[in-house]
Design a protein around this ligand. Sequence first.
Ligand SMILES: [Fe+2]
Length: 394
Amino acid sequence: MLALRAAAVTIGPYVQAVGPYELTVCWETDAAVPTRLHWGASQDCSVTYEDALPATRHEVSLSGLRAATIYWYRLDDAGALGGAVPVRTQPDHPGPVRVGAFGDTRTNDAAHAQVVADLLADNPDLVLHTGDLVASVSESYWQTFFRIEATLLRSVPIYPVLGNHERNGSRYVQLFVLPQQGGQRRYYEARWGTVSVVALDTNQAVAEGSAQWRWLASTLAALAGDPGVSFRIVLLHHGPFDSGSGHGSNLDVRSAMVPLFQSYGVDIVVSGHNHDYERSTVNGVKYVVTGGGGAPLDTVTGAWWTEVATSSYHHCLLEIGGTSLHFTACEAGTGRVIDEFSLERGAASPMPTATTTPAETATPTPTPTATATATTTPTTEITRARRRVQRTEP
Ligand SMILES: [Fe+2]
């Protein structure tokens, strides 16, 4: 009798869709095998979920969990990461939130690994990725991305946006279990406690009146009137105020979406695309470019909007508590603080450690005209097999 070859894990395990009462564990294997996940509220993972249907992509969604509680999971065989892994569910009440941010991880694996190690040391609840996760959509790049990110993403959910290097995003949409809104997941709003993250797909049309623009206007209007939201963070790949040498600013985003950011009280807009760090304040909105996650570095010269700019590998940390937000950007490896500022809800209090000087006085951007209501356009999605597990007391 021939022995069945054990399948090797090629991607993951990693966690997605971590809420107060649910989380999803994802992984992929190089051969179709049954899905088996051991999990529980203690490290012995005494509950086993099994699905005999062979698959190469495995997603197990655990629901009915307790909020702000550590759960553990392990696979039968995931190589060096095969041991039990902890994941903490979201709290269901306001409290401190730690948000990591980075982007443009792409090709310098050593720099990417250092940025991941630095993020892990900051103990974030979630991490934001500004896009260009991979250099190309070749599967080997995705496997390398998840290998480098393994120790972080096995416990910390990542909320990415599409960069130009992810192209049409079909694999991206399959890999990331993001909030589905209006039948699509390429742009979305995610909530962690009182913090809202509005993630955009700037590969798509952003012009006033476009489907995404109407969705953004509606979403930001709702958030502006939501007393349960403390800070509003917009995440996108192509930033509107960016003096990096690689690509500069995206003027379509600037003309169409910046008025919405201003009108509806967005606190920070986080972008990538240029491979450097830059921070600006334009009409009360902070703009941060964090594209130093592993792609070849660009030079950044500064422009009239620039308060801080530096060309280095780095990551960012947003520490949010109550109505206060403290932002730090740190150089990879050295931990050197390259920027730092604080915000109080409704009032900005910049504390720059500036390295550049604005070239000219800030120019006001156009008055917002957003009055649209939400209308989203469904896009084609890859059908995923979701496996549901109701809570069983371990
Ligand atoms: Fe890019």
